[in-house]
Every structure is written in C-alpha cells, then in structure tokens.
Design a protein around this ligand. Structure first.
Ligand code: SF4
Length: 130
C-alpha cells in the first residue's frame, strides 16, 4: 500500500485498490490484518491461477508482519488493528525507504518500481494521506 501507484494486475484490481486507499485517506485509519487474501486481493480471487493463496505469498506476508512489529511496537497477526495515522505512515515510509522493513520484497518483480517510488519520496503513491 505504501507504494501503490495505480499499477497492478488488472483495471479491477487498480480500481479496488484506489477505493481502499481513498477510504484510508478520508479518515478510515484502522485496517485489520488477516492471514489470508484480503480486501485488496478480492478482484483477483475469481481467477483459479491467482497467486494470493500461494505459500510464497504467506511467507512474504510473514516477513512484512515481522518488520512492522518492531516498527509499530504492536503485534501484527490475525485480527490486529493498525491505525494508519499520518505519523505512522510517515514512520512506515521512512523505514521502507531506508530498507529496514523490506525483507518481504526479496525477489519481488515489482521491486524496481517500489524502489523508485521510495526514492522519489512516495510522490507517485495513490495513498495521499500523511
Ligand atoms: S517490492 Fe513487492 S513486496 Fe515489496 S512493497 Fe513492492 S510490491 Fe510489495
């Protein structure tokens, strides 16, 4: 979400992600963590070949969650609520740009894109709050 720039798997995926980013930007600052495909994945789940249930994705999610435990000082597991205040988003962006929360990104095809967005101070991101 930190680096979502309106690119992705399909127009439906992008539109849905824009909707969720808009909810957060308009003040719905609490997101619930789920250990499964989530609301962002929803447009992909009708495709039997979608990767959202792959073991590799579960491992990537686990790495991302572990990084956020240290950063946000709270458990990041099933049903945890994360309050995405501007201050927390700023902290998450700084850590992402510094590379300290990016173990989950190893081998990701989108890494060059996300690297560029972070280098450009997240100006391209569609999550505009903060
Ligand atoms: S590089 Fe991949 S895993 Fe990392 S933030 Fe970007 S899309 Fe997510």
């Amino acid at each position: 979400m930190l680096t979502f720039a309106g690119k992705g798997y399909s127009p439906e995926f992008i539109s849905n992600f824009d909707r969720i980013a808009g909810l957060i930007a308009s003040g719905a600052q609490s997101v619930e963590i789920v250990l499964a495909p989530d609301d962002i994945c929803a447009p992909l789940l009708g495709d039997p070949t979608c990767h959202c249930r792959n073991a590799s994705l579960s491992e990537r999610d686990r790495f991302a969650a572990e990084a956020l435990v240290d950063l946000l000082h709270q458990p990041i597991d099933q049903n945890a609520k994360v309050h995405l205040t501007p201050e927390i988003l700023a902290r998450m962006r700084a850590a992402f740009a510094a590379g300290t929360t990016r173990k989950a990104c190893n081998g990701c095809q989108w890494s060059p894109t996300c690297d560029g967005i972070a280098r450009d101070s997240f100006r391209e991101t569609r999550l505009l709050c903060g």
